[in-house]
Every structure is written in structure tokens, then in C-alpha cells.
Write a protein that binds this ligand. Structure first.
Ligand code: AKG
Ligand code: FE2
Length: 332
């Protein structure tokens, strides 16, 4: 059942029927004090400790977050774009300019790409003046890993195979973990997935982590994904939902080991090239030491943002964060 649904949404020759794809915002209809939903698919979740959360530059105040759960998929939580425009630009730029650099690992094949491209993809891409070569380098980037590196072949993490986990991403993840009652969550491994429009991620479960009970945090930027969330077996029919720019998804509890996939990327976002107001930059100094303040400032500048904007115009980026170790363990 999962594979059939995947194929229907992936289908290149005809445009798929999108009527069943759950659009989280549209499902929830405002009732008196309570929010009710179509077919009981989407429920509003309120976060109890909003007052105690120390937010981050680029993330809206937790009291304004719109948080949802899916009745048919217990454990799935979606926070609908809690980022500001500057925040979305900041994380997109981190994923493009910084994360795919040595010592982080990237998918780029050594037979097809020079060491210079494999060690600093974004820099080399932007130095490239040949249109065909630019496109080849651009579309080849599919993932980068850091923290404990995910080994796609063996599916086994290795104590010797790790690179530093960026402090700003650790703080970002910590904020959402704390908000949802996972204050002890430790971000130890990240996969950043790059999806040019037309690319997909087939059905799988994430079970390489020795710790399979800690939730998985996923951040989406750029174009919209159709995301399939299924059950523990491929027999169960998955639900398709839209993951839009800025959406945060948490796979916790029962859903942590469920099948999921991205059968399609849909271009929905117009390019954002405007200059951003400068006021929100001032907070960056006060609130945290972990973000790259220069980058946070620069992404508001249209000239600086332009190459990033062009990439995001026909791509989606997903940051996928896991805890690897069991509580109390300090190594594998
Ligand atoms: O792109 C996504 O939303 C999902 C990525 C994913 O499932 C993974 O990296 O394991
Ligand atoms: Fe996954």
C-alpha cells in the first residue's frame, strides 16, 4: 500500500490527484475556544511551558506557534512555520554555504567531482561560470551529514566517524525539544537533505540509532514537500501531508519507527528577494551567543541573498536531527 501511494504521488507523466493531501492549516476550523478539524485528522496541541522558553533570533515567540498532531498517526507533531523570513533565510544559507564543508561528509562522488567541490561545494558552485557545469554541480548535492555520520551502506554509526555538531543548530533543536517536553534530548547526528524539484526520497524507517525512543526533529525550508507518513509496516496506507517552508516536524513515540517518504516536491514559493527590516537583527546580540550574527544580518541584504534565493527557487532543504546514544552513554 505504501509503495503504491508513493508511486501515485511521484508519477511524472500525469499530475497526481492532490485532493487527499492534508494541508494542516486548512483542516483546522476555529470553534469556540477549541479548534476542531475535518475528519478529525488534525488536532491543535497547546504547549504548556511557553513562558519559560528562551526563544532564538529568527524563531517566533513560542506563544504564537501553531502546533498540530495527527489523529491517525500518534506521535507526529507539526509546528507550522515558527520562523521569521530572516530565520528561514539564515537556516537555508547555513545549509547551503556552511554545512556541506569538510569535515562534514557529502554525497558527491570522487570520480565525478574535484576535491575542491567535495570540500566546499557552495563556494565552488558560485565560482563556476559555465552554465552546464553549474547545473551539474548544483543538482548533484543531495545530502551532508555531521555529528555522528550516518553510514548509508552499513546503517551503523561509528565512534570514529563524527564531526562537530554546530552550536546554533543544537540550540535550535533544543528549543523545540524543550517546548515539547524532551528537555533531555541530545542532538548528536544530522542529515541535511537537498531536494531539487523532481527528486524524491523513497519509503524507509530510521532505525540506525541505538536510541530509538528519542524523537527525531525535522526542519523544512524552501519548496513544499508531499510527505508520506505510514505505519510500522509497508502494508498500512500512509497519510500524505504538505510540509512547507519553515515547518518543523517531530517524529516521537509510536511514530518514531514508522515508514515515511517524500514522493514529490511542489514549487509553491515565489522567490523572496526583498530586503528585510533591520530591527530583528538587534536581538541577535542579546539573546544568544550561538548564531552567526554576520550571516543573520547579511541574509537581509538582497545582493547577499540572491544566489541563495536562486537555489531555493527550485529546491527544498530538510534538516533531520537525531539523538544517537542512550541516556547516560557517552560513546557508542
Ligand atoms: O525530507 C524529509 O522530510 C525526510 C527526510 C528523512 O526522512 C530522512 O532524512 O531520514
Ligand atoms: Fe527518514
Amino acid at each position: 500500500m505504501f509503495k503504491l501511494v508513493f508511486k501515485q504521488y511521484k508519477c511524472k507523466s500525469t499530475s497526481p490527484d492532490l485532493t487527499e493531501v492534508v494541508k494542516i492549516d486548512d483542516c483546522v476550523v476555529k470553534g469556540n475556544d477549541q479548534e476542531k478539524s475535518d475528519n478529525n485528522i488534525v488536532q491543535r496541541l497547546s504547549i504548556s511551558n511557553v513562558e519559560s522558553l528562551q526563544t532564538m533570533p529568527g524563531v517566533k515567540s513560542p506563544k504564537d506557534w501553531r502546533t498540530y498532531t495527527l489523529t491517525n498517526h500518534p506521535g507526529i507533531i507539526v509546528i507550522r512555520n515558527p520562523f521569521s523570513e530572516r530565520g528561514r533565510r539564515y537556516w537555508s544559507a547555513r545549509c547551503l554555504r556552511d554545512f556541506p564543508r569538510t569535515p562534514n561528509i557529502v554525497n558527491l562522488n570522487e570520480r565525478l567531482f574535484d576535491e575542491s567541490v567535495r570540500s566546499d561545494w557552495w563556494k565552488q558552485l558560485n565560482l563556476c561560470s559555465d552554465g552546464v557545469e553549474f547545473q551539474r554541480i548544483k543538482s548533484a548535492m543531495r545530502w551532508t551529514t555531521f555529528g555522528y555520520h550516518h553510514n548509508w551502506d552499513t546503517k551503523i554509526y561509528d565512534e570514529e566517524m563524527q564531526s562537530p555538531f554546530p552550536e546554533d543548530l543544537s540550540s535550535l533543536c533544543g528549543l523545540f525539544a524543550q517546548a515539547l517536553g524532551y528537555a533531555d534530548f541530545k542532538p548528536e547526528a544530522a542529515i541535511v537533505n537537498y531536494y531539487p524539484v523532481g527528486s524524491t526520497l523513497s519509503g524507509h524507517t530510521d532505525h540506525s540509532e541505538p536510541n530509538k525512543s528519542a524523537p527525531l526533529f525535522s526542519f523544512s525550508f524552501g519548496q513544499t514537500a508531499i510527505f508520506l507518513i505510514g505505519g510500522r509496516s509497508l502494508e498500512e496506507k500512509p497519510t500524505a501531508i504538505y510540509l512547507q517552508s519553515g515547518d518543523v516536524m517531530i517524529m516521537s513515540g509510536e511514530s518514531r519507527l514508522c515508514y515515511h517518504a517524500v514522493p514529490r516536491i511542489i514549487k509553491t514559493q515565489a522567490s523572496a528577494t526583498l530586503s528585510l527590516i533591520i530591527e530583528d537583527v538587534d536581538n541577535a546580540d542579546i539573546k544568544t551567543r550561538t548564531i552567526d550574527k554576520d550571516l543573520f544580518h547579511d541574509v537581509g541584504n538582497p545582493q547577499f541573498w540572491e544566489p541563495f534565493s536562486r537555489y531555493m527557487d527550485d529546491s527544498r532543504i530538510n534538516i533531520n536531527i537525531r539523538q544517537v546514544l542512550n541516556p547516560g552513554d557517552v560513546k557508542l
